[in-house]
Write a new protein. Structure first.
Length: 658
């Protein structure tokens, strides 16, 4: 024992007061950015934009700003401007020689939202938002227009570059402008703001406060196909307008949404909500507190759940339905599209990134405010209330049925698999799903090659006939009656929509294997639409993949290589064959490949390439995916026609280049 103490003594002597480091100013933010913005990835970079935009929104909610502008410029530079009161520029009493603006930009836990004098409700409450943006930006310029005068101050990586300067007269301007460039030392050289993500952020903020106009501008060279260079957002209907856009033409249990707004008693804030129950949907939730997204929900969510659940139960009992007492929150909420926005004083969040609201009083305030409105929504028109009650009861019955099935002793996995196999499925030998794969193959010819190329122990083959039904534009009855889809559902064994149980999936990987041409891409798109709508949970868990079969076989001097597309072909010819005469053969489809070629290029885990199909974690990005699928695959052909018109020229150019 004494030897152990002796060995430790020198290291202990090195640990003295000099080893204690004190980080000053904004250095803690640069050393540990994860503590303040959640990391150094793309989500964290966009969190910087949200912090500055939230400050502008606080001015609007407080009644001092009516207009906000976001401008994304080359060089990854973002400018956010409001026409509010402007950050104070007079000397700060606690920091002689510094203006209030400089203190706010360069000092953690400084701001006008602690005492509640400047803002009744606000998104920023820790006083770290804009100072963190400054710390993690290589260049920050703040301009303030107050008292008909324009002021400017510059910062870099948290350091003040010079004193506050008076630029000159600004008789027609007021408010604050913050322009910043995220620091490549923190976020890396390649990472950039995503215009589509900023566009959605700006639009969602406009929905949250009906009185504000938000303008969006982006340099044309930065935008993608689905993001306009300029836009103006202003939505008098608030969340109800947002939900109406999200639902589109989808059929719902009630023809009218449950939406409204209510002030809390004693000036404690307000709540706004919008809820719909689509008949066939995985649903979606959007929670906000003081215009801040809270993707993990929290106490305001609990209040809404309680109000809706108690309301449906009470209505069921009012109509004499005894089993209404068994209704749970999951029966009411599953599959619903819910949007909830609260404004409260001094909100408490789980962390600086504010993903979850923890203020205890929010649950009570929200439930009390919404419950009375929901009771009237159900009882004012009995047919509407009964329609929603019937919809919820169907979900309850299905939940209880599944519970009863789980309580019954299941048959062995092997027996269950054999009982549920569709006729055209060539199954694998393994009974344990771990390590197994189902290849969904385009056409019987390709299916024949795939059956010979597969590993019989772990790989199963399900051929489909060409283009399956587009489920996004089909009725539920048509989907159920479709033979190809029925076979696919039966082969996977996990059910669909609200009945989907990912743990019951028979295979670890589901691989879409179609021809490497336009028709193959169309079939793959239809299949991905099917999984997105009917089995989103298995996509979310990462079970769905796209195979990458080759389009070309290149041969020269006894050597053969395969290329996925024209670009890959050119790369191989340039690097592998280096100017030699190359014999190129193009595969018209998977069926033209012999089993050995198909196994080597597309099916063998040692040599193939797969692309995993996933759903975004960020709730705004998930909403964007739903919107894209609805627009391009839904029942309204005008959206597809518009997309083709807008992209035809680019696609023609790519085809000519190819």
């Amino acid at each position: 024992m004494s030897d152990l103490f002796a060995a430790a003594t020198p290291a202990a002597q090195d640990y003295d007061a000099s080893a204690i480091e004190v980080l000053e100013g904004l250095e803690p933010v640069r050393r540990r950015p994860g503590m303040y913005v959640g990391g150094t990835d793309e989500r964290a970079m966009h969190h910087l934009a949200a912090e500055v935009l939230d400050n502008a929104m606080d001015e609007a909610v407080a009644g001092h700003a009516t207009r906000i502008e976001l401008v994304l410029e080359p060089g990854n530079r973002l400018t956010i401007t409001d026409n509010g009161r402007g950050i104070p520029i007079d000397p700060h009493p606690k920091y002689p020689g510094k203006s209030a603006l400089e203190v706010i930009l360069s000092t953690l836990h400084s701001g006008g939202k602690f005492a509640g004098k400047a803002y009744q409700t606000s998104g920023g409450l820790h006083g770290v938002g804009v100072s963190v943006v400054n710390a993690l930006s290589s260049d920050t310029v703040v301009e303030v227009a107050r008292n008909k005068t324009l002021y400017r101050q510059r910062f870099a990586r948290g350091q003040t570059l010079g004193p506050l300067e008076e630029v000159g007269a600004a008789p027609n301007r007021r408010g604050t402008s913050v322009a910043f460039t995220p620091d490549t030392e923190i976020f890396g050289e390649e990472m950039r703001f995503k215009p589509a993500r900023l566009y959605r952020l700006a639009r969602s903020k406009a929905y949250l406060f009906a009185g504000v106009e938000i303008r969006w501008r982006c340099a044309p060279e930065l935008i993608g196909d689905d993001t306009p260079a300029e836009a103006v957002f202003q939505f008098p209907g608030g969340l109800a307008d947002h939900l109406r856009e999200q639902i589109g033409a989808r059929e719902c249990a009630t023809t009218e949404f449950f939406s409204g707004a209510q002030e809390f008693p004693d000036g404690q804030g307000r709540v706004e909500w919008a809820v719909a129950w689509p008949l066939w949907s995985e649903g979606g939730t959007s929670w906000y507190c003081n215009t801040i997204p809270t993707p993990d929900g929290g106490t305001h969510e609990q209040g809404l759940r309680a109000a809706l659940t108690k309301g449906v139960r009470g209505f069921g009992e009012l109509t004499g339905l005894k089993k209404a007492k068994d209704i749970t929150a999951d029966d009411v909420m599953a599959g619903a599209e819910l949007m909830l926005s609260v404004f409260i004083r001094d909100p408490q969040f789980q962390s600086q990134t504010k993903d979850r609201l923890t203020s205890p009083e929010a649950a009570r305030l929200v439930e009390a405010a919404i419950r009375d409105h929901f009771d009237h929504f159900l009882s004012d028109r009995m047919e509407r209330g009964k329609a929603l009650l019937g919809f919820v009861l169907d979900r309850m019955d299905e939940r209880l049925r599944r519970k009863a099935e789980r309580e019954v002793k299941r048959k062995t996995a092997t027996g269950a698999r054999k009982l549920r196999l569709p006729g055209k499925l060539t199954d694998c030998a393994a009974s344990d799903p771990a390590g197994t794969e189902l290849f969904i193959v385009e056409g019987d010819s390709a299916g024949g090659s795939a059956k010979q190329a597969r590993d019989r122990k772990t790989q199963a083959i399900l051929p489909i006939r060409g283009k399956i039904l587009n489920v996004a534009s089909a009725t539920a009855d048509k989907i159920r009656a479709n033979g190809e889809i029925a076979d696919l559902i039966q082969a996977l064994g996990c059910g669909t929509r609200d009945k989907c149980q990912p743990d019951a999936l028979r295979y670890e990987r589901v691989i879409i294997m179609t021809d490497a041409d336009v028709d193959g891409a169309h079939i793959a798109t239809l299949l991905m639409t099917f999984f997105f709508q009917e089995m989103p949970d298995i996509v979310r868990r990462g079970h769905v993949y796209l195979a990458q079969p080759p389009l070309y076989r290149l041969s020269a001097g006894g050597k053969s290589l395969y290329a996925r597309d024209d670009q890959h072909r050119a790369e191989i010819e340039r690097q592998a064959f280096k100017g030699r005469k190359v014999e190129v053969s193009r595969f018209k489809g998977l069926g033209e490949m012999n089993p050995q070629q198909l196994r080597e290029t597309t099916m063998d885990p040692r040599t193939r390439t797969l692309i995993r199909v996933t759903l975004p974690q960020d709730y705004e990005e998930r909403a964007g995916v739903r919107d894209l699928v609805d627009r391009l695959m839904g029942r309204n052909p005008e959206h597809r026609f518009q997309f083709i018109q807008e992209n035809a020229a680019r696609l023609d150019e790519e085809a000519i280049d190819a």
